[in-house]
Design a protein around this ligand. Structure first.
Ligand code: SAM
Length: 281
């Protein structure tokens, strides 16, 4: 069984995902739409025909925001549990969800304007996936693959922002690095910010975008819970002994640096988003 299925076919993980992940900011979708429009005029209806969101998860983070810009959006995920959550939370008539691998899309040749892959690219079989994109995309159609960096959290609007950011980055470094024996190739590709050759979009017309930021309005405890929504981090934290003791101290250290004894104290921070864009000729 693949890593992704093991991680994401657990209903608890999927329910936590909906609760603890944040929607991507509008600047991401504007960047993608501007790139599409460089070659494709916006149709008279004001919307493009079809987008597919590969590895859509529960849909609320990456699929729903596409709804206003496309006549139809298809969210696909290999995990039945994620698609169950996506259907439960779907509020849009033009969005449909299906359990399907991203490498074998149930779509006609040359029918799709956008293939989006949010925080999923490393999981895929890249040769097969990019071949499938080439098949389903219309000429001028676009692949947009993006995720966020968990290495440089920047707290904003608090007097001790620097100290808090340092603690948050130390927490993230430990749970994401190879101090965590469960840290996978998938995670390393993310840590290397999608620079691995195997991840690069195969179309000659392509570019890389950095310096987009998502601002997260959360709480001290929300930051901790966000990490627990990542399956391999949750496994690591739940391993006993020293790790568990360290993890339990993390929230307290954050509260001390913040100057609060309330775990629900508001915490606003930024995370960098990076994106690969490519266009079929
Ligand atoms: C980190 S989640 C991303 C969810 C959502 N796109 C987001 O950005 O919040 C990765 C998702 O990719 C799915 N996935 C992994 N391998 C896949 C594959 N080969 N085809 C389709 N989905 C896959 C997993 O089941 C999981 O739901």
């Amino acid at each position: 069984m693949s890593l992704a299925v093991r991680y994401y076919d657990d209903p608890v993980t999927c329910a936590n995902y909906v609760k603890d992940r944040r929607k991507y900011p509008i600047c991401i979708f504007n960047t993608i739409l501007d790139y599409i429009k460089e070659r494709k005029d916006t149709p008279i209806s004001g919307r493009f025909l079809l987008a597919v969101d590969v590895g859509c998860g529960p849909g609320v983070t990456s699929t729903s925001p596409l709804s206003p810009y496309f006549d139809k959006v298809l969210g696909v995920d290999i995990s039945e549990a994620q698609i169950r959550e996506a259907n439960l939370h779907n509020e849009f008539d033009n969005i449909e969800y299906k359990v399907t691998r991203g490498e074998a899309l149930p779509l006609d040749d040359s029918s799709v304007t956008l293939v989006q892959v949010a925080t999923t690219l490393p999981f895929l079989d890249h040769e097969k996936f990019y071949r499938e994109c080439d098949r389903v995309l219309v000429p001028g159609g676009v692949i947009a693959a993006y995720t966020y960096s968990c290495q440089d959290f920047r707290v904003i609007g608090l007097p001790n922002a620097c100290e808090l950011s340092e603690i948050m980055n130390e927490i993230s470094e430990r749970v994401n690095s190879n101090q965590n024996p469960d840290s996978s190739d998938y995670n390393l590709m993310t840590i290397r910010k999608y620079t691995d050759p195997c991840l690069q979009i195969r179309f000659p017309d392509r570019k890389r975008i950095e310096n987009l930021y998502m601002t997260i309005h959360s709480t001290v405890n929300g930051f901790i819970q966000f990490h627990l929504s990542v399956p391999f981090i949750r496994n690591y934290v739940n391993s006993c002994g020293e790790t568990m003791a360290w993890w339990k101290s993390c929230e307290e250290r954050m509260m001390e640096a913040y100057g609060t004894d309330n775990p629900e104290a508001p915490l606003t921070y930024q995370m960098e988003v990076y994106m690969l864009l490519g266009r079929k000729s």
